[in-house]
Write a protein that binds this ligand. Sequence first.
Ligand SMILES: [Zn+2]
Length: 81
Amino acid sequence: MNDAYDFDDDEYDSADDDSETLPCPQCGQSIYEEADQCPYCGQYVTFSSSSSAFDNKPWWWIALGLLGVLAVLWWLVMAGR
Ligand SMILES: [Zn+2]
């Protein structure tokens, strides 16, 4: 009886260890790889299956990042004067 409980607990632990988390492409929160939708921002994610939904997205994501970097640089220059 005791052995069965112990085995069950061990199995659950290893299963929990196996599930991988990846950063959400939308908000950056760690979400499960198998998740269809991000629980934080509601963004639909497809890590394992076809990445067609992501293929036409990165351009504005990169543009947004560059804009942020430029804004910070501009602010630094203005603050330093
Ligand atoms: Zn998210």
